[in-house]
Write a protein that binds this ligand. Structure first.
Ligand code: CDP
Length: 330
């Protein structure tokens, strides 16, 4: 009898556990609205947007308190001296100790000139295609772009030409430039389109990122490129991740775009975001490609861009940042 009782109990608990899981699957506590619900909501709220200085100040303070972007967004000689242990933000229990090889590659201190007035953060959504937002974007004082996006003449009218900071995911270096193990000319030539901007790479997020980022840095330095390499500070990325987690973003890792928007909210007096629309249909009901230059979808479980969009939409509604979702007026 006693033995049977022990055998039954785990089975009952397991069944209960499965029931609870099913319950949360069918009736989740929080459900991201569907694409059509989002479109309806955005259309219902209309295009009127009003800047709210209190909201802007509040978010700058919150982000400064949690993540100190001014001092910490990049790895510098000041915040990461020789011997400092940098813990990778995308892996457990992996670290890099700043050494003779890495320290000389760090900039002395945060090189950005403050105050940054009007900032444009440009995501890569297909919503930018035919948006005619290029001139609007180019008028900003500081322009941040994601993942070495194409700025060729086919896209200039929609996305502009100027860049002040561009992120480079190491996977792009791997796929587009063969890990920079062979000729580095294609890489160096491709980077010319970003002028004399900062290239921002997550060198200390995951182990394989380090070598790729160092190689990109050497390639720029050896070719006397106008770009300056900045390595993202893993501590900054970790704290920004926690900041959004506390506000309901459950992604394994935030998207590049949300990192940049967080940076801009912490550093800029006014932020406008273009190309943030992770949905397959547009406000006019027509299909929208994932990127303005292709339709390659992201790895499903990594980011939760629709969840992030809901947060950005709240910030837009509260006047803290402006999300440009419609075409830009001429
Ligand atoms: O590396 P990741 O997949 O995060 O970015 P991406 O596909 O190169 O796009 C850059 C950023 O634009 C993303 O991180 C998103 O924040 C944003 N994005 C969006 O909101 N909607 C899309 N359909 C595509 C990108």
């Amino acid at each position: 009898m006693l033995v049977r009782c022990y055998r039954v109990k785990p089975a009952v608990w397991a069944a209960l556990f499965v029931l609870v899981l099913c319950w949360f699957y069918i009736f989740p506590v929080y459900r991201v609205p569907s694409d059509t619900e989002i479109v309806d909501e955005v259309l219902r709220q209309g295009g009127v947007w009003e800047k709210n200085q209190t909201g802007i100040d509040l978010y700058r303070k919150l982000l400064t308190d949690c993540c100190d972007p001014r001092r910490n967004f990049a790895v510098t000689k000041e915040n990461s001296p020789m011997g400092k242990v940098l813990w990778y933000d995308g892996e457990f229990y992996h670290s890099h100790t700043v050494n003779n090889e890495t320290y000389p590659l760090f900039v002395q201190r945060n090189p950005l000139q403050f105050p940054l007035k009007k900032c444009a953060v440009v995501g890569n959504s297909g919503i930018l295609r035919h948006s005619k937002c290029g001139q609007h974007i180019d008028r900003a004082d500081f322009i941040l772009r994601c993942n070495l996006p194409p700025l060729s003449k086919d896209y200039v009218e929609d996305v502009g030409t100027r860049t002040h900071l561009v992120t480079a995911n190491p996977s792009i270096i791997e796929k587009r430039f063969q890990n920079l193990l062979w000729s580095r000319k294609a890489f160096v030539d491709n980077m010319k389109v970003y002028g004399s901007s900062y290239m921002y790479m997550p060198a200390f997020s995951m182990k394989p990122c380090t070598d790729l980022s160092l190689r990109a840095s050497y390639a720029l330095a050896d070719s006397s490129s106008n770009l300056t390499m900045l390595f993202a500070n893993p501590e900054f990325l970790r704290t920004v991740g926690k900041f959004w987690k506390a506000r309901g973003v459950h992604a394994k890792r935030l998207s590049t775009g949300l990192f940049l928007i967080s940076l801009a909210l912490g550093l800029c007096e006014e932020v406008t975001a273009y190309g943030f629309w992770p949905f397959a249909i547009g406000l006019d009901g027509k299909p929208v490609s994932h990127h303005y230059y292709d339709n390659i979808l992201p790895y499903k479980w990594f980011h939760t861009m629709p969840e992030e969009f809901v947060q950005l939409w709240h910030l837009h509604q509260s006047g803290t940042l402006r999300l440009r979702l419609e075409h830009c007026p001429p």
